[in-house]
Design a protein around this ligand. Structure first.
Ligand SMILES: [Zn+2]
Length: 318
């Protein structure tokens, strides 16, 4: 029996709705025939494959998007959020009816449609819709703060501070992935020590200096806050395409930092990648079994458990 697994970041609805895939059939081909903004959609998660790998929980990402990610089209972003939120409700119902024990945790990635007038009512709606966790940014800057691709990093705005304070008060898990360096630390200043925090999907900047990756002081901050750091399988963030390349990120956090073993977790970004992001041997959820034996060859079973399940589980206990 493979070790239990929790994945902190899976764009299931993005792939299912755009790639038109059936989640209840095992994956035969990761490449779908559908395109999004001229990039091929990759199908990496299925329920039968998740069961085979002993995956017990997946953070199901709602990624409100428009064509070419035009964030000025707020109505389209809201429509996209609603469509994906209902998709997960139906999926959760289907799993229940089929007696399949995989927990789907609804997460929102980016809040580009929020403004001063609507943020309170949207946060309340997210709560009613059973959304558990929120990352306020994607790559681009917004009226809340700066994203990872920012040119001038001014951190959180006043509105961003209000939104984060409200998210804390309402008990949402806070995701720091995609924030700029300054937004990351501005959020930490607001969030109290005992509040659940994660960086759901990124890698290590010292291994591969990509703007989506975390610098050493950010990793140390996650350790100090007892947060979780989901390591992704996106080729551009890893800076290589083999499992050995990916392992350098895992090993860096675990070996270089005191307490690093208590934050590393799985944050694959499966179903949210394109052809150009695909690594060799970490292409789909069934490949987690290969990664598990790779890790067991190099580290203790206890460490492998922490990575695949235990560290992420502490977030779910909140
Ligand atoms: Zn992302």
């Amino acid at each position: 029996m493979p070790v239990s697994k929790i994945d902190l970041h899976c764009d299931i609805s993005f792939c299912a709705l755009n790639g038109k895939v059936d989640l209840f059939k095992p994956i035969e081909n990761v490449f779908t025939e559908r395109f999004w903004d001229d990039e091929e959609i990759i199908h990496q998660i299925s329920i039968p494959d998740a069961l085979d790998t002993n995956t017990v929980a997946l953070f199901g990402v709602i990624f409100p998007y428009t064509q070419n990610m035009d964030i000025s089209r707020k109505d389209d972003l809201i429509k996209s959020y609603k469509e994906q939120s209902s998709y997960y409700d139906n999926l959760i119902e289907d799993l229940k009816n089929k007696n399949i024990n995989i927990k789907i945790i609804k997460h929102i990635e980016s809040l580009y449609f929020l403004d001063e007038n609507n943020y309170l009512s949207f946060l309340q709606e997210f709560k009613r819709n059973n959304i558990k966790s929120i990352g306020i940014m994607w790559n681009k800057d917004s009226n809340l703060g700066c994203g990872n691709a920012t040119e001038t990093d001014t951190g959180l705005t006043d509105l961003g501070r209000k939104v984060i304070k409200k998210m804390v008060e309402m008990g949402f898990i806070i995701d720091l992935a995609h924030t700029s360096y300054k937004t990351f630390f501005d959020i930490l200043e607001i969030v109290p020590d005992n509040h659940p925090l994660m960086c759901s999907h990124a890698n290590v900047y010292s291994i591969n200096p990509h703007h989506r990756n975390l610098k050493d002081d950010q990793i140390q901050a996650l350790i100090d806050r007892d947060a979780v750091f989901g390591l992704s399988f996106v080729k551009g963030f890893v800076g290589g395409q083999t499992i050995d390349d990916w392992y350098r990120h895992f090993d860096y956090v675990v070996s270089k930092f005191d307490g690093g073993e208590n934050i590393v977790a799985l944050g694959s970004d499966f179903d949210g990648m394109f052809k150009s992001s695909l690594m060799h041997g970490l292409e789909k959820i069934s490949d987690l079994v290969r990664l598990e034996s790779y890790l067991l060859d190099r580290t203790e079973r206890d460490m492998v458990d922490k990575f695949f399940w235990h560290n992420a589980d502490k977030i779910l206990k909140f």
